[in-house]
Every structure is written in structure tokens, then in C-alpha cells.
Design a protein around this ligand. Sequence first.
Ligand code: CUV
Ligand code: SF4
Length: 626
Amino acid sequence: MAYSDKILKKSIDPTVHQMLARAQELGLETAWDRYEAMLPECGFGELGVCCRNCNMGPCRISPFEDAGPKRGVCGATADIIVARNLIRMIAAGAAAHSDHGRDLAHTLLMTAEGKGGGYEIRDEQKLQTLAAEYNISTEGRSKEEIALDLAGAVYAEFGKQEGPIRFSRRAPRKRVDLWQKLGIDPRGVDREIVEIMHRTHIGVDNDPVNLILQGLRASIADGWGGSMIATEISDVLFGTPKPTRSLANLGVLKADEVNIIVHGHEPTLSEMIVAASRDAELLALAAKLGAKGINVVGLCCTGNEVLMRHGIPIAGNFLQQELAVITGAVEAIIVDVQCIMPALGNLTGCFHTKFISTSPKAKFPGAIHIEFHEDQAYDIAKEIVRGAVENYRWRKPGQVVIPDEKVECLVGFSTEAILAALGGSLEPLLEQIKSGAIKGLAGVVGCNNPKVQHDFGHVNLVKELIRNNVLVVTTGCNAIACAKVGLMLPEAAAQAGDGLKVVCQSLGIPPVLHMGSCVDISRILTVCAAVASALGVDISDLPVAGAAPEWMSEKAVSIGSYVVSSGIFTVLGTVPPVLGSTAVTELLTTGAKEAIGATFAVEPDPFQAAQLMISHIEDKRAALGL
Ligand code: CUV
Ligand code: SF4
């Protein structure tokens, strides 16, 4: 079918074209329509020069040299306002990731106390490793006893006053020394977030550099604290991901089965929904209602979690959430927290689809709220799935349009799985990097954003990198974009440069490795730290670069900040709201190099972005004498 240019320009994904045409036919709006209706977006907001931090304002600084106010009512300049706004974004992002980590710590605690309604400790090996890291004795103790101490220890990281955050010591000694020298070694996860809110209150910190440094400190507490805790404790509870085959894109929805979408972030919910979908009683009920089975599929990061651990198919990334509903084939979309569009309430109202919220922290207009509690996890999950199954009878087969596209992928590359693929040590990877067969490593991550053509930046940046022998590790919505175009198959090695191709073929791995959800960017940090330590250098010395080609969330701002704070040059594909301050922009894009050994760059064109990353990698190789 031929689609209008208007539709084709919105995405490179054929399922998006098909479903946008379908939306048009049904008179339904999506994020793309709402984005267009929003244009032109607020210029002050875009530049970051609007301040609402007190009620003498709102104030906004004129971007014009010779006209309009240059100071807020309190006297704050554009530099101060931009810096304050930026670090408030970091605070929100770090809070989101870290609260996710805290919830996992809570689940571990309940499980260790025997009150985890169906959870168990699946990875004892990892439990032992983490216990050793925290100096928790393991001799002759049950896994529950060890887990109880570990849960207490990781829980305490959030409320610590003096630090250090244990996992931050996975960073090479040189990096930690640098953080300490700059005064940005985090003391506790919550403390750094709270301090941002304090410092950005009217009349507190009014030095842009001092503000940005606090932003970096909170972001480090996210990456090496909250997010890393989320990742590690999820592995203890649900198992550390191993290479697994699955499918990606909207075609994973099934015309003859009950379709349940898990959407959001925390695996505590999605794991139990998956388990409940295999319940014999519910399968029998589905059969009785004429469905061939119960098909759970994922969206966004919680989708990545169950994809990595159970091979649960992934229906799409952030901008596909509304499109999944528009297929008319979804009995329930079950959500917890983060990246869930409130638009789903109205939209599901046009279909038989039940929109079910589960977190006391996240309620939505038009949703049915069934609160999820860890101590009765399985029972609640079963009730939710039962509701979805019963809803199958209301599906209108005439309204169902499911795109055909579903693409195979090989996922599950946790740090441990990568080591296993390498035969147990990093040495073979280091050898390939030294020989130049692999030029370096790139972490490509982040969201979708209707400001840019959906998946265009993700896919083209990654293709360009592997073509130039850069091994790509990915998480979040970039990972889903890559899976959908077949870049996560060992066969995709054919699209890699000669050196990378041979390495991938001999190891049987794809040139693009799926490391998980956004909190799992902590896995990338762990790998980089291990490589740097093995070479006796800092992370900033490594031929490594990062990118977020289509980012949109505050979490992504925190991620970018901790990645740069960890010494990794990072290219953003959409412009952050900082251009209203030359001082802040220069600090982030040049000044930071001197201080922390890495900077941000902004480059919307993915081919140019790849060039920036490759030339950075080449400079680092040269400096290492490679
Ligand atoms: Ni990471 S934060 S749109 S899904 S990557 Fe996807 Fe969770 Fe951004 Fe959200
Ligand atoms: Fe205006 Fe200053 Fe108040 Fe911000 S803090 S709204 S710049 S007076």
C-alpha cells in the first residue's frame, strides 16, 4: 500500500506507516498529531531560559541582544536559569531510575523475609558476588539470610549521608579520585537529588558551574547507584540474562490469542504477569473463550526486561505504544511507571482494550487501577490476567489490523553473557581492540521523539558504527529499534566492517548487543570499568563513545550526565534546552573535557554523529598507542 509523504516522514518502520494510516481512517490522534498541534513549541522553553522556581515569576530571559529582560525578578541570569533547569531534569531522571532501584531492593527484602508473594532468588551466583562486594558473610548461610543482609545494604544506599555508594567503587581508581577532587563523588542517592531541589530554590546556588557539578554528582548516584542497584537486584531475583532468541515489532500480536501488553519499567510486575499467563486455569479459561492461548508481549523497558530474561516478544518502542492499541487486538495494556502516555486512557476507550494501572505512584485518566503489592504478587497478577482473558470475548475481529512485520533477534547480553561468549575473560575482546579488528565500543541508547523521524537516527547511527568496525552495545528504545531491523541477529555481521564481521562470526554474536533496559546502562558502565581497570587506565582513555539519537525523557538527561561524568564522550541527537546560556553550553560541550575528560556533542544527523564518535574513538586509540 502507498502511504502519504506525511506518514512516511514520521518513521522508517513500516508498521508505523500502516498503523498511522489506520489511525487516520478511524479518526484517532497520536503523539505525532499532538506534536504538530503544539508547533511552534515555546522558544523560551527550548532555550531553557524560562524560570518558574518562585512566584515573583514566571520569568523568561530575552534571547535577543538588544531587547527584553536579561535578568529574572530575583536577578537570575540566563546562565543561572539554564543551569538550574537542567539539573532539575537530572534530579527527576535520577529519582525515577533510583526509585525503580529502591522498589527492587524492597522486593528483595520481602522475598528474603519470606513475604515475597511468588518471587524467589533465581541467581545465587550473583547473590554471592554482590554479597562479597558488600562484605556480607556467606559461609554456611542460606540464600535468604544472605539476601536479607544484601537487601538491607542496598536499601541503605538511598538514604546514606556520607557515602560512598558501594557500586561506585567499581569505577577505576583514577575516576573515583577525579570525582573526589571535583567534589562530585555521591554521598547517597536521595541526598544528591534532594540537594538539587534545595540548590535550585530561589536564592540558593547561583553559580552555573557549581550547579552543574551538583547535577553530575546526582547523575553519578543514578548510574553507579540507583540504576546499578536496579540491574543487579533484578538479576538476583529474576536471573541474569543469557542469549535468547525472540521477535520484535507489532507483528508479535496474535489474531487468535489473548494479547496482553506489559508496558513501563519495573520487572517486578512484568515477571509476574508472564508467570500468571502460564497458569493452567487461565489457559483453560482462554481456550473456553475461543482463544488459542495467552500472548504476553512487551513495550519499552519493562518489555526489554522480560525480553532479555524470558524471550518474551517485544511489540515496539516508545512511539509505538498508541499504535499497539490501534491494532484493536489488545485485551489489556498493563502498566506500572515511566514513559506511559496519559493519552492511552482516551485511546483505549475507543477499543475493547483495558488500560490497567498498577502502581500507587502512577494513576491515569481512563485506566482501571488494580494495585500491585509484592506480598501478593502472583495472586494479583493472576487477577489482572484473568480480566484480560475475559475481555477477549469483547474483541471485534472486524476492527483488528495487525501488521505482519516481526523480526527475529538474539538478545540477553548481560556483562556475564558477554564474558561467557568470550570464553570467560575480557582478554579476547581486548586483543581484538588492540589488533584493530574492533576499533572500539559504542553505547547507543535512549528514547524516541516525534521531533525526529522515528527510528531513523537509531538505526542509521548504529549501522554506520558497525560498518566502521565499532561494536555496539545498546539498551532501551534504541535496542528495540535495532531488533526490529534485524541488527540483533548474528547474520547482521554481514553489515559490519571486515574486522568486526570476522569477530562476530567466530563468536556467533550479533554486531549489536542488547544489554537490556535503561537502568541496564549500568551494565555498560561495569564493562567499561572492567576494561579500563584491566588496561590500567581511566574510562576516559578508552576508545569508547555514547549516543542517544532520539532521546526525550528526563531520565535520558541523567543518563547522558553520568555517562559523560564517567569519562565517555556522548552525542545527543535532539537538542537539550541549554542553548539559552552560552556558558552552560560551552561547559557541557568543551569545558567538561578539562574537568572530567569527556564532553557532550549535539548532532541530529546520525551519519555525522557516527563520524564524531568514530573520530573520537580513533583519537583515543592513538593516545593509547594503538
Ligand atoms: Ni528506557 S526512557 S522512552 S522506555 S528509552 Fe524508551 Fe524506558 Fe526512553 Fe522510556
Ligand atoms: Fe524569576 Fe528568580 Fe523567581 Fe526564577 S527564581 S521565577 S528567575 S524571580
